[in-house]
Structure formats: C-alpha cells, structure tokens
Design a protein around this ligand. Structure first.
Ligand code: NAI
Length: 407
C-alpha cells in the first residue's frame, strides 16, 4: 500500500485529490487548518483496512506545528504541498503591511519547505514531492498582494530541491484557473471577471478541481520520474497565449476523465511505443495520436516535421482529441540551426491556441538520445489521455534517468 501526505486537503483541489487517492487504495495523511471540513472529508473517504487515514488539523503558517507533523507519521511515498492562499485585501502592494505579506509568504513559500524538512526522515527511497504553484508564478498578477511572488519563489525553491535531492522525484504543478472555493471567492468579491479570464484560455474554459487531482495523481506516481525538476503547467494553454484578441469560449464539455484512450502511433517505427496504450478500444473513447516523425526530422528539420504532423492530425481529427509529438532533446550542432527547436516548440504553443476551442490539444515531449521508450510510457499515457484534458501547448523536457541514479 502507498501513502501520500496532502496539505490543504479540506477544500478545492486538495479535497478532490484526497478522494482520488483514497479511491485508488492509498493511505492518506490529510493536513488542513479547517478541522470540521477535514473531519467531514475523513468520514467520507474509503479507508484501507490495514492503515486508516490520518487527519492533522494544523495551521501551516506556524513552523512549530509543521515540525510536530514529523513526530508520528507512516512512511511516505509522496508529499503534495497543495495548501495555499490568495490575498483577499485588494490592497496595492506598496500599501501592504509586513504582517499581511508575511502570512501569505509563510503559507505559500515557507510551509512547503518546512513540510519536506519535517517529513524528510519518513520519505521512502525515490519518494515524490509535488509542490502546487500557479500560473501566477510564471506571469505577474497585480492586486493579489504577494501571491505571484510567493508562487515564483515556490517554483524556484522546488527546482533547487530537485537539484539537491536527485534521489527523489521533485516536480511542480502550475494550475491555471480552477473552479474552487478560492476562485469562487475572487469572482464573488469582483476581483476576477470570468469572461475576461476565459478569453485568455485557449481551451476556453476553467478546469474542474478533479482535473488537477488527476495531474497530482500522476505526479505522485513513479511514472513521473522523467519530469524530475520540471514544472507541469496544466492551464488550458493560458501560459502560452500572447495574443490580444479574446479567445472563443469552449463549446464542448470535457469527456469523463477516466474515458479509455484510443491511441494511434504514427510517423516512424512505432514498435517501441505501442505499449503506451491498448491499440483497440471500443467507443466511447478519447482519441489520441502520438507522432514520432519530429524525432527523425532529418534534413528538413524539426519545425517542418511538427507542421506536417499537425496538418495530418487536423485533417483527421475535427475535435476533442490530442496530438503528442516526440522531439529530439539534442541541441543543434551548428549555431545556424539553433532556432529550429525553439521555433518547433513555439509552433506547438501556437497550434494549441488555434485549436483550443475545438478541444483539440497538442503537446510535445523532448526526448534525450538513448532514453528507454518504456520509461516514458506512463508519462505519455497521462499526456495523451483523457485525464490530461486541460493540458495543452506545452513542451515537456524529459530526463533519461530515474530517481536514485546519477543524472
Ligand atoms: P482552496 O482555498 O479551495 O483550498 C485551500 C485549502 O488550504 C483550504 O482547505 C484551506 O483551509 C487550506 N489552508 C489555507 N490556509 C491554511 C493554513 N494556514 N494552514 C493549513 N491549511 C490551510 O484553494 P484551491 O483553489 O484548492 O488551491 C489549492 C492550491 O492550488 C493553492 O496552493 C493555490 O494557490 C493553487 N492554485 C489554485 C488555482 C485555482 O484556480 N483554484 C490556480 C492556481 C493555483
């Protein structure tokens, strides 16, 4: 049996995540300051007979309470540092007092590190640490106090932890807009205009909390090893959109997140990649295409291979499907060719913006030479499949080695 510690478990993303892990048979250590909501959640979860879930009602802005966490913990397979707060004061940064900023920074930036420190002795070898940052850590969001700085700090801290602890698998989830209590509160307070937000999201909708739960479930698995030290931005493409026109809203409902995937592997010798998913799946299924052709881009280059693959895909799939491309991770040998890879990555992002309103997704994985295809199968299953329906426009850099081996 596996065990996960989830902070901020009593509401929103954390609550759906706890339900997903408990439903899959994990033992959950759930941490939140909202004791009644935590108790209510705990009562509703299916519990493994051998090891009941643990509930910790503590304030994560208090380092002493965090330190006490480590006193009585089961061995952990994964820690999900999910608790976070936005700034509700609507006060310009220059007018914020130090105490107001300190509380937000204590929760969003200091607590994740303190939780890892407190639980360190209880981590199993190769354990996964996932820190929940935000798109706000990648782009500045004004009039939310120190929210953006705190999340940018959390991303940097996570990447430093990944470097310091190659024996673990450390990743960051950067969600876009998710309809949780946090976002509902911002909308009700008039501090977030839903129409304005949707107009900047290529997929034309906000995510549901269970879509983030699915991403966290994958990042907490051993299959996330190739993403060690990476940020997974699950945001409907909002982080890659740089246009000035409002994008159209979604017209299609996402398929259920457990819809089986029908995967077509094309653009090269697919034998090594066929094991990603069963080849024959009865409808209803989620249609996905894994295109290998940019890996063998040849003299025409990666950019042209991506464009040709996208044209093939768009001609075949009118709506609600995913295209995942494998790109070579090797740097260009000549400086004159160095633009090709960057242009290909931006083509992926641009296509995501053009296709989003039809729920057509496109992502790419940069694959280092010599990587074992099998080591990428779980990652590809996630990226291509229905559980990742809010992931688009991203190029993920895969590392070849698993945690515990020299990188
Ligand atoms: P939420 O407000 O629905 O849930 C946050 C949970 O953290 C609550 O159960 C709350 O009681 C708990 N919490 C707050 N302060 C705490 C403290 N001092 N000690 C212990 N527990 C505390 O938030 P949501 O939307 O589920 O967000 C979860 C994470 O995702 C946060 O880190 C947030 O910054 C991040 N995020 C959320 C986005 C969204 O659109 N909802 C977008 C991007 C990031």
């Amino acid at each position: 049996m596996q065990t996960v510690l989830i902070t901020g478990a009593a509401s929103g993303i954390g609550r759906d995540t706890a339900r997903l892990f408990a439903g899959a048979g994990w033992q959950c250590v759930l941490v939140d300051r909202n004791a009644p909501a935590l108790q209510q959640l705990g009562r509703s979860l299916p519990a493994p007979a051998s090891a009941p879930h643990r509930l910790w009602a503590i304030d994560l802005t208090d380092p002493a309470q965090i330190a006490a966490l480590g006193d009585d913990l089961p061995a952990l397979d994964a820690i999900l540092n999910n608790a976070g707060m936005s700034d509700a004061s609507n006060t310009p940064l220059a007018d914020q007092d130090a105490a107001q900023m300190a509380r937000l920074l204590a929760l969003n930036l200091a607590a994740p590190a303190a939780v890892v420190d407190a639980c360190g002795p209880r981590l199993k070898p190769g354990a996964r640490i996932v820190n929940v940052a935000s798109g706000a850590g990648l782009h500045a969001i004004p009039w939310r106090g120190a929210y953006s700085p705190s999340k940018a700090g959390l991303i940097a801290q996570s990447l430093a932890l990944a470097q310091a602890r190659p024996d673990l698998c450390v990743t960051v989830l950067a969600p876009g807009f998710v309809r949780t209590e946090l976002v509902d509160g911002l909308i009700q307070a008039g501090r977030l205009q839903p129409a304005g937000a949707l107009g900047k999201i290529p997929l034309g909708r906000m995510a549901a909390p269970d879509e983030m739960a699915q991403a966290l479930y994958f990042l907490a698995s051993t299959g996330a090893a190739p993403l060690h030290g990476q940020v997974l931005a699950v945001n409907g493409g909002s982080s890659v959109y740089g246009g000035s026109q409002p994008l159209p809203p979604a017209t299609l409902q996402p398929q259920p997140l457990d819809t089986p995937m029908h995967l077509e592997v094309c653009g090269g010798d697919g034998d090594a990649w066929q094991g990603v998913a069963p080849t024959t799946v009865a409808p209803p299924h989620y249609a996905a295409c894994l295109d290998l052709s940019p890996l063998h881009g040849g003299s025409a280059g990666v950019l042209q291979a991506v464009h040709a693959a996208a044209a093939r895909f768009a001609a075949r799939y009118p709506q609600q499907a995913s295209l995942t491309l494998l790109l070579p991770a090797a740097p260009a040998r000549r400086w004159q060719d160095a633009g090709d890879g960057a242009a290909a990555r931006m083509l992926v992002s641009t296509l995501a913006c053009e296709w989003g309103s039809r729920a057509l997704r496109i992502n790419a994985l940069e694959v280092p030479a010599g990587v074992q295809p099998r080591s990428l199968h779980p990652l590809l299953r996630f990226v291509c499949g229905s559980a990742a329906q809010y992931l688009t426009g991203q190029t993920l850099r895969c590392s070849a080695a698993a945690p515990g081996t020299p990188r």
